[in-house]
Ligand binder design. Structure first.
Ligand code: BGC
Length: 381
């Protein structure tokens, strides 16, 4: 691809998405080397970059701050592009306050009860940042760290390698954790995430990605008419602070049954106690396939008006489906439209919440000498 064409694609991925415009563009932009541009500076002077990449019709902008997917542009059935991920146009907004828009989450995605766990007889206390619990790694999780980013091209794939070393004791977790995350756009326009990590001491790890999707375009309104299929016969019910009770409850006969596919909003106003706790759906689903060595498809979402769709395949045993319940009009997003409850949804592939305190859940313990390895693939249609 010519430099000017690449520059144009790069500018489009950032600029037009930032303006919230639906744009006409070739449905199968070829992959070129990802491009880097200055995005802003943190208060301590650290530079933050925005990387833009495109392949197979998918365009993406990624920040070195938090590994944040700042925009994800997909064509609709007529080839018109829209940014389908909620976020902000400036670094200042991400730093000031963000409900994890687009971010990489670690060391431990989701909640740990009272921010406390015991490992090999030793107790650890994490900072509390979600009422009585720790959420998404603590007060300064991976979403607030500046990652080292390197572009790559491999055959017909293009991507970014993000690296971060979390020091021993950072946010209360034991062991220095070396994390590598590869974001790959394939020639079919799939977005693949490979997570790896190693540690110097036994620790717990649960990495995920926190993109809020609206397949009709961010800022375009609610997602309740998106149709979701989830291959999960059970979920993990929670207490009033959203910590799992330990039970793996059947979804059959409840609002949590998405096995045959239904609109996200179909049962969201049901008075089921679990929906009252989450102010909608904010629950981990126990994927029928369990942990797998290779990613297997677990979820599909379709947006009827645009015709856009997404399917998710993962190696992980769980998936947090969050229906954007706590978006309350306090953020204006990338296109300067206010996000209200249900204007985006997250599908966070993961191990179960609070696993360190539930020996019956699949283990999230990582030991020195072992490598943490998970993969999640998003395919768009
Ligand atoms: C959690 C929600 C939380 C949201 C943003 C989701 O992963 O499940 O409870 O409000 O992240 O913080």
């Amino acid at each position: 691809m010519s430099t000017s064409r690449r520059t144009l694609l790069a500018a489009t991925a950032g600029g037009l998405a930032a303006a919230g415009m639906a744009t006409a563009a070739p449905a199968h932009a070829a992959g070129g080397r990802p491009a880097r541009e200055f995005f802003g500076r943190l208060a301590d002077g650290t530079r933050v970059d925005r990387w833009t990449l495109a392949n197979g019709g998918t365009r993406m902008a990624v920040l070195s701050y938090g590994g944040i997917v700042q925009s994800l542009e997909l064509p609709d059935r007529r080839g018109r592009y829209a940014n389908v991920s909620l976020g902000f146009g400036t670094l200042e907004e991400y730093v000031a306050s963000s409900p994890y828009f687009g971010a990489l989450i670690g060391r431990y995605g989701n909640r740990i009860a009272a921010g406390r766990f015991t490992l090999d007889g030793q107790s650890y206390q994490l900072p509390l940042n979600d009422g009585p619990n720790t959420l998404h790694g603590g007060t300064q999780g991976f979403d607030k760290r500046v990652w080292d980013v390197e572009p790559f091209t491999a055959g017909s794939d293009v991507g970014l390698t993000l690296r971060y070393v979390s020091g021993d004791g950072e946010m209360g977790y034991p062991g220095a954790l070396s994390v590598r995350v590869d974001y790959t756009l394939t020639r079919d326009g799939d977005w693949r995430i490979d997570y790896t990590a190693t540690t110097t001491k036994a620790t717990v790890v649960n990495l995920t990605s926190h993109v809020y999707y609206n397949l009709a375009g961010e800022g375009s309104g609610g997602v309740y008419d998106h149709e979701l299929t989830l291959d999960a016969a059970r979920y993990t019910p929670v207490d009033a602070t959203l910590i799992p009770t330990g039970e793996l409850a059947p979804v059959a006969g409840t609002p949590f049954d998405f096995r045959r596919g239904k609109a996200i909003g179909a049962d969201i106003r049901d008075s089921h106690q679990q929906l009252l706790y989450g102010q909608g759906i904010d629950h981990n689903f126990v994927l029928d396939k369990g942990s797998t060595r290779l990613p297997e498809r677990v979820a599909t979402v379709r947006e009827p008006r645009s015709g856009r769709s997404m399917s998710i395949a993962t190696t992980e045993p769980g998936l947090q489906f969050y229906s954007g319940n706590f978006l309350d009009g306090s953020f204006a997003g990338t296109s300067d439209r206010v996000y209200r409850q249900g204007d985006g949804f997250c599908l966070e592939t993961q191990h179960f919440p609070d696993s360190p305190n539930h020996p019956s859940f699949p283990s999230t313990v990582l030991r020195p000498g072992d490598t943490y390895r998970t993969t999640t693939v998003h395919s768009f249609g």
